[in-house]
Design a protein around this ligand. Structure first.
Ligand code: KE4
Length: 428
């Protein structure tokens, strides 16, 4: 593949922006090659600035479940863009998306729109602390909840890839109330609660982790988190930024049959535009300004373009419940095919797949938490990544990320991917 224009643009980008990117994982530094610059996307396909075409399993890290340039989403944007792009005033569009989210997720009685997943999680935790009048929060190693200071302790996304536990610039005082435990470790979280439970404002968890690669909570761990938080007056917060409206229309919480106290969203609810949201019980949400005294604000929160794109996306998912079974079937076929291809070539892999989220770990261990995830051979993943990219398969540029499918990935696309994987695995 020719990458002349991408290469030139990347050289320029590095003189303009740190690492030449606006989010670290995009720099491809974890996979030992230079990023390709994307010109456009249509359905499941991307075209780069050198006219190379790729089958996209990143989908903007999750939002593009309908595929790129979905005609209904484009039409919704065309219908509003000529009327102004931002007012900083209430609009009916915010009512519509909020109402649709509340209608779609039983645990949501009130929601607040923000502009990113980071902002949604940061504010949900402030609300939990304000509501419980407690300071301590619990997160799990390998989970990533955005880059707000208090949560950059052993995060599971970019920070994990760069091998930096936490981050410079995060003062000790900010993380002193952030407790960490191991994902799926029932004994550890039980012990933590027996020691500190009455001081814990909230536990935040990715119900199906996607930021150490895909690692689902066990059912018993999920039930335990709900029991422990209820027993100690702590809030249970599901970070559904990635899983919301992806793993089921009602999100991962419907798969686990758990009612969290607060849930956080982004990605799919914006249809590719910047939207974050959090919500839950009215009794908790009413503590948020201006109704309550827990402060949060945002110039572009509820932006009319973002609301239109998000509403068109969720409405399409709501009216096509068959999408979820189709996504699951294709992802299952891909996961099984990858496992079989690796076995044929004597490559040790573990494939974790939940719905339309999957990860191929280069390890022979079952991957059930942060420690087993990082046992993976990241150099081998890098080789595999480059071989797949050369064959037109665009994977997430890190062992510790999630592959996503869209409703427009066809069975033929899955076969194309497996044929490319066969060749890539053979070269390892
Ligand atoms: P944003 O601030 O990036 O919108 O959302 C942060 C966030 C919160 N919670 C979960 C479960 C998330 O997955 C994310 C962001 N996910 C990463 C992908 N691993 C975004 C990609 C990136 O950082 O460039």
């Amino acid at each position: 593949m020719n990458h002349t224009v991408s290469h030139s643009l990347f050289q320029t980008a590095k003189t303009l922006m740190p690492g030449g990117v606006n989010s670290p994982v995009r720099a491809f530094s974890a996979v030992g090659t230079n990023p390709v610059f994307i010109r456009e996307g249509h359905g499941p396909l991307l075209t780069d600035v050198d006219n190379n075409q790729y089958l996209d399993y990143v989908l903007s890290w999750g939002p593009m479940i309908l595929g790129h340039a979905d005609p209904d989403v484009v039409a919704a944007l065309e219908g509003v863009i000529g009327k102004g792009t931002s007012f900083g005033a209430p609009t009916e569009a915010e009512n519509k998306l909020a109402a649709l989210m509340i209608e779609s997720v039983p645990s949501l009685e009130r929601v607040r729109m923000v502009n990113s997943g980071t902002e949604a999680v940061m504010t949900a935790l402030r609300l939990a602390r304000g509501y419980t009048k407690r300071s301590k929060i619990v997160k799990f190693n390998g989970n990533y909840h955005g880059h707000s200071d208090a949560l950059l302790v052993k995060a599971g996304s970019g920070v994990l890839t760069h091998g930096i536990p936490g981050s410079p610039g995060v003062p000790e005082g900010v993380v002193q109330y952030t407790l960490t435990a191991d994902f799926n470790d029932e004994e550890m979280i039980s012990q933590l609660f027996s020691q500190e439970g009455n001081d814990i404002a909230a536990v935040i968890v990715e119900p199906v982790a996607g930021n150490m690669g895909v690692v689902p909570m066990t059912d018993s761990f999920a039930q335990l988190l709900r029991r422990l938080t209820t027993a100690h007056g702590s809030l249970l917060i599901f970070d559904e930024v990635m899983t919301g409206f992806r793993l089921a229309y009602g999100g991962a919480q419907t798969l686990y049959n758990i009612t969290p106290d607060l849930s956080c969203y982004s990605k799919i609810i914006g249809g590719g535009l910047p939207v974050g949201a959090f919500g839950g019980k009215s009794e908790i949400m009413q503590h948020l300004a201006p109704e309550g005294t827990v402060y949060q604000a945002g110039t572009l929160s509820g932006n009319p373009l973002a609301m239109a794109a998000g509403y068109a996306t969720l409405k399409k998912l709501q009216t096509h419940p068959e999408y979820y079974q189709q996504l699951d079937q294709k992802a299952t076929a891909l996961a099984q095919g990858l496992q079989e291809a690796a076995q044929r070539h004597g490559v040790k892999v573990t494939v974790n797949q939940v719905g339309s989220m999957l990860s191929l770990f280069f390890t022979d261990q079952p991957v059930t938490d942060f420690e087993t995830a990082v046992s993976s051979d990241t150099a081998q993943f890098g080789q595999f990544f480059r071989a797949m990219l050369d064959q037109g398969i665009y994977l997430p540029a890190s062992q510790f990320e999630t592959w996503f499918l869209s409703v427009l990935h066809t069975d033929d696309h899955i076969q194309q991917t497996l044929q490319a994987a066969e060749k890539a695995l053979k070269q390892l």
